[in-house]
Design a protein around this ligand. Structure first.
Ligand code: ASP
Length: 335
C-alpha cells in the first residue's frame, strides 16, 4: 500500500488503536467496533464484489459466478437472489417485513455496464424481484413496472406467485400494530436492503438493489432502492454506487447518482460517499433518527463506504477474501 490513511476521530482517539490491513483497506481497530476506511489511493485487483451489510453468502455467490466466467450482470443478480430467498432476512424478498396493512411489497432494480436499467416497485407475491427487474430490462421496451402490472408480468414470465409473509414477519407486524408507531428503525437487525456492485475481471460494472422497503410503510409507499440514481447507479465509464437506509432521504438527494457524479469530478469513492451523507445531514436536522449508508466503487477498483450512524457495514470480496467490515460514520456523538 502506498499510503495508509486513517480518518481520525476525535471522540475515539486515545482508545487503544492497532492497525491492520483488510484486502488493501486500512483498518482502525478500537475496542468496539473496528471501523474501516478504504484506502483512497490503492487501485485494487479485479474482480471485486461489494455489498451493503453482512452478506458474505451473497458476495460468495457473485464471486462464484465470476469464477465460472459469468458476466458482472449475472453475478450481481445471482448474488442478491441469495438474500431474497433467505426467509430469515426480514428486509428483503421472502419473509420481508410487510407494510402497515400486513402485505409484503418488494422494490428491486438492476443496471448493467451498458447503462441499461430495469426495475419493479410495490410488487407482491414474487420472491426474486431482482430477476423480474432484469426481465423488465431485457424483455420489455420499459424500465419500470409497478404493483399489479409488475406481478402480472412476472407471472407471465413464469415466476411463481407465493405468499411472502412468513410467520415470523407476521408476528413482528402484529406486535407493531399494537402501538402502530411509524418511525424509521436504525440498522434494523443490522441487516437491511441489499445493494451489490460487481466489477468483473474486464472492469465491467453491474449493480443491483433489492428490498422489502421500510418496515410497516404506508400501503403504496415506494422507497429509493429501485429508483435509478437513488438506490443504485452504474456508469461503466466512472463507477457505481448503491444505498441502504431511509429511502426518502436518499431519494431527495439522488444519492447514488450524486456519488457517481462526484467520482466523475475526481473524488474517490470514499470521499464521494462521505459527501453524499453530508448532503443529507446538512439538510435534515433529524438525521439522528434515521440511518443511511452508501457503498461505491470506481473504475480504478477503489471502493468506499460511509453511513450516518454506527452499525453499517460493507461486505467486500476481493483477492480470494470475503470479509464483512464495519463502516466509518458521521454521527460520533453518544446521544
Ligand atoms: N432503502 C429502503 C427503503 O427505503 C429500506 C432500507 O434500506 O432500510 O425502501
Amino acid at each position: 500500500m502506498k499510503r495508509r490513511k486513517f480518518i481520525q476521530n476525535a471522540s475515539l482517539s486515545g482508545i487503544g488503536i492497532a492497525t491492520a490491513t483488510i484486502a488493501g483497506a486500512c483498518v482502525k481497530e478500537e475496542k468496539e467496533p473496528a471501523v474501516v476506511v478504504p484506502n483512497e489511493e490503492n487501485a485494487r485487483s479485479l474482480p471485486i464484489v461489494i455489498g451493503t451489510w453482512n452478506v458474505t453468502r451473497a458476495t460468495a455467490k457473485a464471486w462464484e459466478m465470476l469464477q465460472q466466467g459469468k458476466s458482472s450482470l449475472d453475478a450481481v443478480e445471482q448474488g442478491v437472489m441469495i438474500e431474497e430467498a433467505d426467509e430469515k432476512n426480514q428486509t428483503v424478498g421472502k419473509g420481508g417485513f410487510p407494510d402497515r396493512d400486513g402485505i409484503v411489497t418488494l422494490d428491486a432494480c438492476i443496471m448493467n455496464n451498458q447503462g441499461d436499467y430495469g426495475a419493479v416497485v410495490a410488487m407482491e407475491n414474487i420472491t426474486h424481484a431482482v430477476s423480474v427487474a432484469r426481465k423488465v430490462m431485457d424483455e420489455t421496451p420499459h424500465v419500470l413496472l409497478a404493483g399489479n402490472g409488475a406481478r402480472q408480468f412476472a407471472i407471465e414470465k413464469g415466476f411463481k406467485a407465493e405468499d411472502l409473509l412468513t410467520e415470523a414477519s407476521k408476528k413482528a407486524w402484529e406486535k407493531w400494530k399494537k402501538k402502530s408507531e411509524y418511525k424509521p428503525i436504525i440498522n434494523i437487525e443490522n441487516h437491511d436492503t441489499i445493494g451489490m456492485l460487481v466489477m468483473d475481471k474486464n472492469g465491467d460494472i453491474s449493480g443491483a438493489c433489492t428490498t422489502s422497503g421500510a418496515a410497516y410503510k404506508m400501503r403504496g409507499r415506494v422507497g429509493d432502492s429501485a429508483i435509478i440514481g437513488s438506490g443504485l447507479f452504474v456508469d461503466n465509464e466512472i463507477g457505481a454506487a448503491t444505498a441502504t437506509g431511509l429511502g426518502e432521504e436518499v431519494l431527495k438527494t439522488v444519492g447514488s447518482f450524486l456519488i457517481v457524479e462526484l467520482m466523475r469530478q475526481g473524488m474517490s469513492p470514499q470521499k464521494a460517499c462521505e459527501e453524499a451523507i453530508h448532503r443529507i445531514v446538512k439538510k435534515n436536522k433529524k438525521y439522528k433518527d434515521f440511518q443511511v449508508g452508501y457503498i461505491a466503487l470506481n473504475k480504478k477498483g477503489e471502493i468506499g463506504f460511509y453511513s450516518i450512524h454506527k452499525g453499517f457495514s460493507c461486505t467486500v470480496y476481493q483477492n480470494e477474501e470475503n470479509k464483512n467490515v464495519n463502516s466509518d460514520f458521521y454521527n460520533k456523538t453518544k446521544d
